[in-house]
Design a protein around this ligand. Sequence first.
Ligand code: PLP
Length: 457
Amino acid sequence: MPERSAEEQSALDHIWFHVTPPKALQVPGGMTVFTKGEGCYLTDIDGRTYLDGVSGGAYVTNIGHGRAEVAEALAQQAKQLAYVTPYNFVAPPTIELAEKISELAPGNLNRVFFVSGGSEAVETAMKIAKQYHWLNGEQKRTKVISRRGSYHGSTFYAMSISGASHEYNNKIFSPLVPGCAQVPNHNCYRCEYKLEYPQCDILCVEMIERQILHEGPETVAAIIAEPVPAAASIYPAPAEYLPRLREIADKYGILLILDEVINGFGRCGRMFACEHWGVVPDIMTVAKGITSGYAAMGAAITGPKVTERFDTAEGRESGLNHVISFGGHAAASAAALKNIEIIENEKLVENSAAMGAYLLEGLSELKKHPIVGDARGLGMLAAVELVRDKKTREPFSPEDQMPARVTAHMQELGLIARTAQVVEFGPPLICGRAEIEQIVDVMEKTVIWFSKEMGIG
Ligand code: PLP
């Protein structure tokens, strides 16, 4: 067993790592200290360089690592004025950022509630939706509908509407926020109704209407969906899905929230993924790619339909009773502005679409292997689904430890990936053909290795 450095030991002793069980961190390769990032690459404490296939591990660093321009913008604003409270104070970069986001956001979404990350953005959206209905005189509208398997964050409301790890959360953190109903997600590879698209007539979205009727439409405040659900196996919504969801929400006076925390800022080959479907939500949540990880920031973005309710109301209830100290942080805003400037100047949205298509083409070719059940994605968000039996789509069992073993093998081959039910890729949007080819090559070598390990093929 390789010796653990003092730094690694100190990290294990003093850092509470997120999600990963302590014993899984202790095994060799269970935890990595990275010391440098440059473009699409990360370097660890032993000087080994890896291609970053998941943008810092969580689809964050859209513009890549080590961008000095962003660091300089951040430092300059921090020297000038790092922070003022978002109650009624604001600094110029935050104003400029809100204006820029309003220009980029779909439809007429033009008012931004800044927070410090994705979970807070989702939490904010929940409260905006409830207060919007309250101001409308519809105080009974308190419920939220979300989709199974999706992940919307770790704070209490965001966790309660997240389908991912729902059983775990319900078992340990119960009681969750009441009034959260979950419906099947769209996943045509593993349809809960065992139907085939398009003959299914997208029953999964029709079931949302049935759920609304079951709950009582006058009690439902919002529906939240992620156009390309990252945690729910990266299956892009079928063409008719989001337009139909928009119709259903409108029919019953329910707000549609689209969660673009991962999908946004070019990740899916458009500035915001919902543009692929031509659907404008009532509230859009963003984070991650808004600064590409150079500062902590998230936002809930709304349009006049929602904000006019607040603007025209009287009294204390006309202000959203919600404050996040770091919301609209001046230095973080300067970093976000520079990040967006890079996305635009370097045409990273276009590159995401082009290189994403190239990635999907390469990954799809791997379907020739007996354990590759499916390859899918949109823009620079892609997945490969490994299965024990391609015909029956039987997944690997927990005893096979596919996710941990496959991820560790890819890391050994110099590629950082992420595996839950599927092997996930979301590299920086600056990747070129050489990096995409490296991802596909490592994936193929790993598929061949794991097939042998499993005695398949
Ligand atoms: N929403 C989605 C779709 C996410 O994927 C995530 C995180 O991965 C979140 C919300 C929560 O974001 P954060 O981790 O910044 O709180």
